[in-house]
Design a protein around this ligand. Structure first.
Ligand SMILES: Cc1cc2nc3c(=O)[nH]c(=O)nc-3n(C[C@H](O)[C@H](O)[C@H](O)COP(=O)(O)O)c2cc1C
Length: 482
């Protein structure tokens, strides 16, 4: 909970204040790029408002003079709290030191960091700056597999622990403001991981679908050599082909970022990945995708503790971190707030952001009567009741039942917030299905499962559509039926 020594950062107390201070300092094109989301930005808003569907049950007189905020290990290292810096591209848009400043802040504060494929700084330099804190290389797989393979091998040689394969980006989502601004990497910035490229070079940094078939590059169908294939995102990736291929070229762990359904969580397990990261790219890809906090429980329930489940999207406070952990995440990541910190004051700004979150989480833990953060992070997806006092105190069996099960939460009044915390799920909590006001629809939704949309939510105001949509994203409140 140290406070930054930098005068400039003294009076900033929340991510909201940091954002308000940082944004006016940035050019419009950068600001819009950070804040943008796909299409009408429904999912950007939902990622945030999903947190409002939960409240925390505070316990009293529990000696909170000492709090253990340290999570289980990640890649053999114990980080400060179970929160890290998600990969975001082009960090030199925010500060001249870009990813180096972020990595130094991560190391100074003992937070982990994921580096974007689209870093402005070469991955080896970032690794050197951040040491053990730089753990993930976020990976986009290009049509030109030689380019991808080179990147993967370089990351492995440099000491990265894991590839973080982003699976929510078969094509780049349409962010209207970026299209209107004709967003481009300024000419003085380069793609550090692709030295032969620049913003106008062969790697796809475009924001419009047309960039997928950028002129001058051969298409797969021509059957040309790898060297002739485009360094653009490959929309033909599959579970069957892509994960085994990555396994064949690296010994690093392979994680997937962008899992938001139980079906894909199962496929990830079947494919033998080492971890899943629940994400919808901060709402920048599919608009109307289910909020990540609402997707989290069904993923947690499917994974059942066999591999780690991480999450990002809309996390802006200690309470948000608490809620994501209580719903079963092992680790929580921040995207845009890091860019705000970086813009505000480089490394010191990112450190300030970290201080804000750590301090706030400390308050939430103490004020809610919780002393051990690992107790919030159950493997079942149930709130802390599964391992906490609520369970010992004879809370009904339903209290520890994982959320996200068909029909769970039936009868719970829609729209009221769910309660998280030790003993949540006990009747007193009145734990309700978060997201009850919105159902989840999707491919397969018709398969007798349509009824599952908004399961338990009573009359859902909106359904959720999607593959296997019978498995509802809607009924999330653990023990909500009890
Ligand atoms: C400006 C920006 C750039 C991003 N670049 C990448 C990227 O290169 N690769 C990736 O997998 N995710 C990228 N993301 C998504 C983040 O990793 C993360 O999923 C998201 O920002 C989390 O949501 P939050 O911003 O609400 O915290 C980007 C997000 C933003 C806002």
């Amino acid at each position: 909970m140290s406070s930054s020594s930098n005068e400039k950062t003294k009076r900033i107390l929340s991510i909201g204040e940091l954002e308000a201070a940082a944004l006016p300092m940035a050019p419009k094109m950068a600001r819009d790029y950070w804040l943008s989301g796909a299409n009408e930005m429904q999912t950007v808003r939902d990622n945030r408002s999903a947190f409002d569907n939960y409240r925390i049950r505070a316990r009293a007189l529990r000696d909170v003079s000492r709090i253990n905020n340290r999570p289980q290990q990640l890649f053999g290292k114990t980080f400060e709290i179970p929160v890290g810096i998600a990969p975001t591209g082009f960090q030199k848009l925010a500060h001249e030191e870009g990813e180096l400043a972020t990595a130094r802040a991560a190391q100074a504060k003992n937070w982990p960091m994921g580096l974007s494929s689209y870093s402005n700084t070469p991955l080896d330099e970032v690794k050197k700056a951040g040491g053990d804190s730089v753990v993930f290389l976020q990976l986009y797989v290009f049509k030109n597999r030689d380019t991808t393979e080179k990147l993967v091998r370089w990351a492995e040689q440099t000491g990265y622990k894991a590839l973080l394969l982003t699976v929510d980006t078969p094509v780049i989502g349409r962010r209207f403001s970026d299209v209107h601004n004709d967003f481009k990497l300024p000419s003085h910035l380069v793609l550090g991981n692709f030295p032969e490229s620049s913003g106008s070079g062969p790697v796809d940094v475009g924001v419009e679908p047309e960039s997928l078939s950028r002129r001058g590059f051969a298409d797969d169908s021509t059957g040309e050599s790898q060297a002739g294939k485009a360094n653009v995102l490959d929309p033909s990736l599959t579970w069957e082909e892509t994960i085994p291929w990555l396994r064949s070229i690296t010994k690093m762990e392979i994680w997937v970022k962008g899992i938001v359904t139980s079906e894909d969580a199962q496929l990830a397990l079947d494919a033998g990945v080492d971890g899943v990261w629940v994400s919808n790219h901060g709402g920048r890809q599919l608009d109307s995708a289910v909020a990540t906090l609402d997707s989290l429980p069904e993923v947690v329930e499917t994974i059942k503790g066999r591999i780690p489940v991480h999450v990002d999207g809309g996390v802006r406070s200690g309470a948000d971190v608490f809620k994501a952990l209580a719903l079963g995440a092992d680790f929580v990541w921040l995207g845009r707030p890091v860019l705000f910190g970086l813009q505000y004051n480089g490394q010191a700004g990112v450190e300030l952001l970290i201080d804000i979150i750590e301090e706030d989480l400390g308050y939430v833990m103490a004020l809610s009567g919780n002393t051990d953060i690992s107790k919030l992070s159950t493997k079942t997806g149930a709130p802390a009741a599964a391992e906490g006092e609520g369970a010992e105190a004879g809370a009904p069996a339903g209290a520890a039942a994982p959320p996200g099960v068909d029909g769970e939460g039936a009868g719970a009044p829609a729209g009221a917030p769910a309660a998280l915390g030790e003993g949540a799920g006990a009747p007193a909590a009145g734990a309700l299905g978060a997201g009850a006001a919105a159902g989840a629809l999707g491919a397969g939704a018709g398969a007798g499962a349509g009824a599952g949309a908004g399961a338990g939510a009573g009359a859902p105001a909106a359904g959720a559509l999607g593959a296997g949509a019978g498995a509802p994203a809607a009924a999330l409140g653990a023990g909500a039926g009890s």
